[in-house]
Write a protein that binds this ligand. Sequence first.
Ligand code: ADP
Ligand code: MG
Length: 231
Amino acid sequence: MNKTLEIISRVRREGRKALLETEAKAVCMEYQIPVTTFKLAKSEEEAVGLAEEIGFPVVLKIVSPDIIHKSDAGGVKVNLKNVEEVRSAYGKILENAEKYNAAARIVGVLVQEMAPQSTEVIVGAVKDPQFGQTLMFGLGGIFVELLKDVTFRVAPITREDAEEMIRKVKAYPLLRGYRNTPAADVNAIVDVLLNTSRLVMDYPEIKELDLNPVMAYEKGAKTVDARIILE
Ligand code: ADP
Ligand code: MG
């Protein structure tokens, strides 16, 4: 059995709808969608060891089936530059999770490489009751949330569709390079869209998918957070 099917079956068996970030990113990896390096720590000592292995700076994040929006729960600490910062963030994250929801089941704390800042884009998919799997693209932050500057295409999409989805957002000039922002690797984003299209076509039981944010670099792109919700 392939990895994605294995993960989806386990999530179902456990009576869950949402994949953990670790599970969603493992699925992404199987579909050649680039993600930040990540390892799960079950103790502070382990988190320190993994941070040293991955290399500073790192990011620590709560992993819990009961915490879907991790930053809302104080469950994300970025740019941790040394062992002391990792130790203190580890304790703080667990403390915040407890405060947020004392009943939350804690799987562990994820240690990730810190992806360098860049232009953030969002790739999403929703299962429309009428059109089926539908892909979404936009730029991160205010562009999607405030200005609703997004494009949609019904899956499966072609390379031309993906290119058009990117070109048609109003914020597109930012991806072409603007003042201090270098041009982004649009082909890398096209590949993320195409691979996401393949994924949601292969698994019609995916109800929602959210790669938010994906860092768009001069060369390549990297998914920093991935959410997948099943029907
Ligand atoms: P959630 O959306 O569940 O609150 P995220 O994983 O998206 O949590 O983390 C919140 C924010 O922290 C992200 O939008 C991003 O700006 C930053 N962030 C998270 N992980 C990383 C990472 N590995 N490298 C760089 N920035 C990160
Ligand atoms: Mg996020």
